[in-house]
Design a protein around this ligand. Structure first.
Ligand code: SF4
Length: 167
């Protein structure tokens, strides 16, 4: 599990995460190969479908507008698989982003905690932790073997380039 930065009280109040304005949103959770079977037909979980590009298929938000991840329990705003949520969800509000052929670590400025703490020592310390983590050979291999999670996100703040090929 990736160490978490955002205090729980921010996440529980936020109505951004796990909700999407479009059914085929680039922001919908994309799975690693090894995660694809993890959430399908699991007892106690809502039905989950995974698209050919390895995204969790979103469902209409019956309590509001747009679409939600089927694993979001909308009544208490909690992820039903929080302790074993996908790698991409663990990483958020950070995202691995494609810039042409380069791979960058970026952060979503729509996250209220990031917005409030952009220049804080906590955020700087966490970025150091995260870049050290992602630069481990095991994590670089994971990203290289799962190119589906490298997406061309827009409106995110570039933090640094990740060199996935270095030995
Ligand atoms: S798996 Fe959990 S954290 Fe990830 S989008 Fe779905 S509800 Fe949110």
């Amino acid at each position: 599990m990736i160490k978490q930065l955002i205090p729980q009280e921010y996440c529980l109040k936020c109505s951004g995460c796990c909700r999407f304005s479009e059914e085929n949103s680039v922001w919908s959770p994309c799975l690693l190969d090894e995660e694809v079977v993890s959430f399908i037909d699991k007892p106690g979980l809502p039905a989950v479908s995974v698209s050919v590009d390895k995204r969790i298929c979103l469902v209409a938000n019956t309590k509001g507008q747009g679409f939600i991840c089927p694993l979001l329990d909308i009544k208490d705003n909690k992820c039903r698989v929080y302790q074993e949520r996908p790698f991409e969800c663990q990483l958020y509000p950070f995202l691995i982003c494609l810039r042409g052929k380069k791979v960058h670590l970026t952060v979503d400025l729509n996250c209220p905690y990031v917005k409030e703490n952009l220049n804080s020592p906590q955020l700087k310390e966490y970025i150091k932790y995260l870049t050290d983590y992602l630069n481990q050979p095991k994590q670089r291999k994971l990203l290289l073997e799962n190119p589906q999670i490298l997406q061309a996100y827009e409106e995110v703040l570039d933090i640094m380039e990740l060199d996935l090929t270095k030995e």
